[in-house]
Design a binder for this molecule. Structure first.
Ligand SMILES: [Zn+2]
Length: 284
């Protein structure tokens, strides 16, 4: 059976329920636990360090069915150096967030960096089980993936533009999906950060509601297009709650939303549970 995975970064089950977004809920829905192994300390929007599910680590767990422990966990928290000796030294001596910044000297010496991707894994992913897979911007997997345009942009004045860009990117992504839907494929996974961006930068504001409605409408559109002989799995990497002490900033929670376009008694418990099921669907 063909499988379409719509990866809605940061989709919060609480909002789906509060606004009764039937498109997002599909026929069966729920939420899964994000294990502690997928957490990292990151710089929050208000400048504080917060401990929360870290997007590339959760998606790694989703597509491999394994937790990002040990070396791969460390690698997912940073970018790699293309020179293997330099990379090994940095990995061994600069573990942890923050230390990497002090390696400007390496950049000035001409060493280059790249993001962690499928080359670094050593375990199979859902894409290895498909005949004609398409991975569109999947974090920690697709070549040159990145988490978005606003990394390092903390100015309040930039927020409206970042949100406008997020809506625009969502539309661009829909167009990219439309282009491959008509081709020969058995697995498509497409990742969008729209709900994560509005959750983090416009928590509780009308833009956030508008984004959830846009996602809801898109799932309905996809569902019609794909029909009943295709699995449509909508899934998230974490939920979202208000960042304490702020008016409209959000932070990640450890409950991740999921939904399916058919009735089933299967209830995933953890983000690592989807891998085996996707493999099973692809084989059926
Ligand atoms: Zn995320």
């Amino acid at each position: 059976m063909r499988v379409f995975v719509l990866a809605l970064d940061g989709c919060e089950v609480g909002f789906v329920e509060r606004w009764r977004l039937r498109g997002l809920m599909q026929r069966t829905y729920g939420s899964v636990q994000v294990p502690g192994e997928c957490f990292a300390r990151i710089l929050g929007r208000d400048g504080r360090i917060i401990h929360e599910p870290y997007t590339p680590m959760v998606w790694y767990a989703f597509i491999t069915g394994t937790l990002p422990k040990g070396r791969i966990g460390r690698l997912l928290r940073r970018r790699r150096w293309t020179n293997p000796v330099v990379d090994k030294l940095v990995d061994v001596f600069a573990r942890g967030w923050g230390l990497e910044r002090r390696f400007g000297i390496l950049r000035r010496m001409g060493f280059k960096r790249r993001v962690v991707d499928r080359r670094d894994y050593g375990v199979p992913t859902i894409f290895d089980h498909a005949r004609k897979p398409h991975a569109i911007d999947v974090p920690a997997y697709s070549p040159m993936w990145n988490l978005g345009i606003y990394e390092g942009e903390f100015g309040f004045d930039k927020i409206p533009n970042v949100i406008r860009q997020a809506f625009k990117r969502f539309e661009d992504k829909k167009r990219r999906v439309a282009e491959i839907l008509g081709s020969d494929w058995d697995l498509i996974m497409v990742w969008t950060k729209l709900l994560d961006i509005v959750g983090e930068l416009a928590f509780g504001l009308p833009e956030m509601y508008r984004a959830y409605r846009a996602a809801d409408a898109y799932v309905q559109e996809l569902s019609r297009e794909l029909g009943d002989d295709c699995v449509l799995l909508v899934v998230s990497d974490h939920g979202m709650k208000r960042l304490e002490g702020t008016r409209s900033f959000g932070m990640h929670t450890d409950r991740a939303f999921w939904s399916l376009n058919f009735e089933t008694d299967w209830r995933p418990k953890s983000v690592t549970d989807f891998y085996g099921k996707i493999v099973e669907w692809l084989r059926s």
